[in-house]
Every structure is written in structure tokens, then in C-alpha cells.
Design a protein around this ligand. Structure first.
Ligand code: PEP
Ligand code: MN
Length: 350
């Protein structure tokens, strides 16, 4: 349920409604809007009777929310969330480009690639320190040493860093260095990790699980928002299907659906979706055209020697051409931020 306050409702009235909600054993989450405040009711089991709240001073109306996810839904929060990292904005209608190797392999490797992608126009640098690998015998990442290298990359290039926290035991270390903490596809429903991310002051890049429905994905994001961290970026990275012409199947239709359902920004990772260099550029174009807020692409200066995901990593030259090509596309498909509908005008599905 979303309780919409009247325009000009006083702080006392808002606090009174919050206390009334809490007195019933629910929790209340005030959501300030441009024109009026709304108060979300959380932790209710079953429908909430709107009559008691509608009579409280300052209340305009109470709108039932039917989606199982609340804080991530547009019903609760009609305006697009814009995540800020230094002077980069994710979700404001511009196209954000994140690029770098699958894994940090050495300082020389990370710095070389970071300089290439920066010159080409990337806004953030990606590189795994702790790698989720199918085989225990495969390269697992350089761990803490890689975090030090990433710190150096940021200092040398000015690029903010995206890197993965593989589990909650390394979260403290990762968030010290990362500007955005990635939660990988295999961890999308690692609930202790999601709860830890909810307590973080750093934005979170939440990848879609390879067999997750959109509802499951949005519910995973809900854990992070419920924990108090509003800065979540969703990342579509392909789902498992019967195909064998690509590693996964990039579910581009998720982008417009998620944009409609949720105010959170959504980016696309074509590299892990296809697993093959020759498909990364066409899928990147498509991601821009379908309305993604950004793309995340793997790049390596010597992909044949890469310790992971070399086959899908673009050469720096290819990445540069991709950036040149998508810039006009991004402008063509630039999205104005969602106009602010007051919460009262938000769609209530029942
Ligand atoms: C990655 O981004 O390096 C990665 C392992 O991605 P995913 O979790 O999508 O497989
Ligand atoms: Mn990878």
C-alpha cells in the first residue's frame, strides 16, 4: 500500500501517519516526491485495509500495490532512479559505458586496458578480483592483490571501478575499493550477500541470474533497497536456453519490461550473454536501441592470453569503433527522464 499525502502536508502530519502505520505492526517508508510525499507500507502480510489510513490528517489517498516487489516498483516510485558515481550518472537518459577485462591479471594488464578503454570513451572500468568460476581449477582471480591494482587504476586513470563481491566475507574489502560493487549472476539469490549490499553505501550492480524470472530479479533488488541502499543498477547478461550458437541468450525484451516495472536503471552485458567476440558489437547496438541505460563490455589487449573469457573480449580497436558507433545511436535513442507523475497518478493495478 502506498499512502499519498496531500500537497503541502506538514512534517507533523507525515510523522503522525508513519507512527500510525508502525502502531499496526507494519513498517513505513516515506518517499519524498517533487510535489508531495508518499509513504510506503512494508512488512504487511496480506492486504492492508485502506479505510483507517484514509481518514488521517494530511492523507490524500491510499493506493493498493499489487506487485510483490514494492520499493523497486514504479508504483512506489514513479521517477527514474539516477545513480551517481563521481560525475557519471546512470539512469538519466545518457548511455553509460563500462569496460575492462573479465579479470585483473596483473598491474600492467589492468593499466594497459584501462588506458585503452578510457581513450575510447568508457566511463567506468570493470575487472574482477574475485572470480566466480565453474571449475575449481580455473583462475579464481588475484583477490586482494587485484583490489590494490584496481585502486591504482582509478588513481592513474580517474575511471571509477566496478568489481565483484563474490560473497559477504569479502564485501568489506571490495567496497573499500569499488565505486560500484557487482553481484554476479550466480549470486543473484545469495540472500546474505544481498542483505550485506543493502547496508552498503556503495551502489550495487545486480546481474540477472541465468535462470531468473524478472520477478525473481526484481525481488533480489528489493532485498537491497529494503536494507537501506537505494542505489541499485540492474544488469541483463543473458539467460540459459537451448541454443548453442551463443553462450547464453540475451533477453533484450527484459529491458523495456523492467523499465516499465521499475525505476531502477538497467544496463546490458552483451559479453557474458553471447560469449563470442563477433556477437558483442551487434548486441551492444541492440541494447542501446532497446533503451538500456548503459552497456558493460569485456575488453582485453591480448585476449588470446586472457586467463578468463578471452573469447568474448573485444580488442581495444574494436572497442574504440564500438564507442564511436554507439555514440550517435545513444543520442538517437536518448531517453528523457521519466516525467514526474505524482504518486497519486501512479498506476495501481488493483
Ligand atoms: C563477470 O561480469 O565477470 C561475470 C562473471 O559475470 P556473470 O556473473 O554475469 O557471469
Ligand atoms: Mn567474464
Amino acid at each position: 500500500m502506498l499512502v499519498v499525502m496531500r500537497k503541502g502536508a506538514t512534517q507533523d502530519q507525515i510523522e503522525h501517519v508513519v507512527r500510525a502505520i508502525e502502531a499496526r505492526g507494519y513498517s513505513a517508508r516515506p518517499i519524498p516526491g517533487g510535489e508531495r510525499t508518499a509513504i510506503g507500507i512494508l512488512h504487511n502480510r496480506g492486504p492492508v485495509d485502506p479505510n483507517w489510513v484514509q481518514g488521517l490528517p494530511g492523507v490524500k489517498e491510499a493506493i493498493p500495490v499489487t506487485r510483490p516487489y514494492k520499493l523497486v516498483s514504479r508504483e512506489f516510485h514513479p521517477r527514474d532512479t539516477v545513480v551517481a558515481v563521481d560525475d557519471v550518472r546512470i539512469g538519466n537518459g545518457s548511455l553509460v559505458v563500462i569496460a575492462g577485462p573479465c579479470a585483473v591479471e596483473s598491474e600492467e594488464q589492468a593499466l594497459t586496458i584501462a588506458r585503452h578503454v578510457k581513450r575510447a570513451g568508457a566511463h567506468l572500468f570493470r575487472g574482477g578480483a574475485f572470480k566466480p568460476r565453474t571449475s575449481p581449477y580455473a583462475f579464481q582471480g588475484l583477490g586482494e592483490e587485484a583490489l590494490k591494482i584496481l585502486d591504482r587504476v582509478r588513481r592513474e586513470t580517474g575511471l571509477p571501478i566496478v568489481t565483484e563481491a563474490l560473497d559477504h566475507t569479502v564485501y568489506d574489502l571490495v567496497e573499500e575499493v569499488a565505486d560500484i560493487v557487482q553481484i554476479g549472476a550466480r549470486n543473484m539469490q545469495n540472500f546474505s550477500l544481498l542483505r550485506r549490499a543493502g547496508h552498503s553505501s556503495k551502489p550495487v550492480l545486480l546481474k540477472r541470474g541465468m535462470a531468473a524470472t524478472l520477478e525473481e530479479w526484481l525481488m533480489a533488488a528489493e532485498y537491497i533497497l529494503e536494507g537501506g541502499n537505494p542505489n541499485v543498477i540492474l544488469c541483463e547478461r543473458g539467460i540459459r536456453t537451448f541454443t548453442d550458437h551463443s553462450r547464453n541468450t540475451l533477453d533484450l525484451s527484459a529491458v523495456p519490461v523492467v523499465r516499465k516495472e521499475s525505476h531502477l536503471p538497467i544496463i546490458v552485458d552483451p559479453s557474458h550473454a553471447c560469449g563470442r567476440r563477433d556477437q558483442v558489437i551487434p548486441l551492444s547496438r541492440a541494447a542501446v536501441a532497446v533503451g538500456a541505460n548503459g552497456i558493460m563490455v569485456e575488453v582485453h589487449h591480448r585476449p588470446e592470453e586472457a586467463l578468463s573469457d578471452g573469447a568474448q573480449s573485444l580488442y581495444p580497436d574494436q572497442f574504440r569503433r564500438l564507442c564511436e558507433e554507439i555514440e550517435p545511436l545513444a543520442q538517437l535513442y536518448a531517453r528523457a527522464p521519466e516525467p514526474e507523475h505524482g504518486p497519486a497518478e501512479a498506476q495501481a493495478a488493483g
